[in-house]
Design a protein around this ligand. Structure first.
Ligand code: COA
Length: 159
């Protein structure tokens, strides 16, 4: 059985992440979408909020499981018997960072990273853009599903 691991900070998850999840789920027997718990990154959304959003985003995929990890992605990958990591590439600008990470992860563990090119309609989405539009009350429905839009809006109303 081939299990893929798609790690990320998902602060918040977007249609761009959903695109990668949907396509990756078709390539492996099981896909683990895992939230990297890095408080040093100072995410806007709590771990609980992000896990909740990921559950909502992925509930229609029977072979997708949501998880979380603290520490190295490859340690979690080994713990869960993961065959390969999955990452999305949106543009040339992502390449250098992703290349470095993929090489380091392979050196640390022997685990390969498979890259999916983002669909062109999602290539310019980023979580910080979504946070910025949300902070000023702009419409997010082009970037995230309804249920996540509600969470983002509620977050900014509570700040
Ligand atoms: N569609 C839309 N947006 C995407 C995207 C896609 N397909 N892929 C990435 N992004 C965006 C995210 O929204 C985020 O936007 P932001 O910077 O504006 O907030 C940005 O790209 C990066 O997000 P993410 O994919 O979550 O990566 P990250 O850099 O936050 O986290 C980890 C990368 C979590 C995978 C990595 O840091 C990790 O594995 N950490 C654990 C420790 C470790 O093992 N380190 C590596 C050692 S080699």
């Amino acid at each position: 059985m081939k299990t893929g691991l798609f790690p990320g900070s998902f602060d918040p998850p977007s249609f761009g992440h959903l695109d990668i999840i949907q396509r990756a789920a078709g390539l492996c027997d099981q896909l683990l979408v895992a939230l990297a718990d890095h408080p040093t990154k100072h995410p806007l959304f709590s771990l609980h909020e992000r896990l909740d959003m990921l559950h909502q985003l992925t509930r229609k995929f029977p072979n997708v499981e949501v998880g979380q990890f603290h520490g190295l992605a490859v340690d979690f990958a080994r713990e869960r018997n993961v065959s390969f990591l999955i990452r999305g590439l949106r543009s040339y600008a992502d390449f250098e960072y992703e290349y470095q990470m993929a090489v380091a992860n392979r050196r640390l563990s022997g685990i390969e990273t498979l890259f999916l090119m983002s669909g062109e309609e999602h290539a310019r989405i980023s979580s910080s853009l979504i946070r910025e539009i949300g902070a000023y009350g702009g419409s997010l429905l082009q970037f995230v599903p309804h249920e996540i839009e509600r969470v983002v809006r509620k977050k900014f109303e509570s700040l």
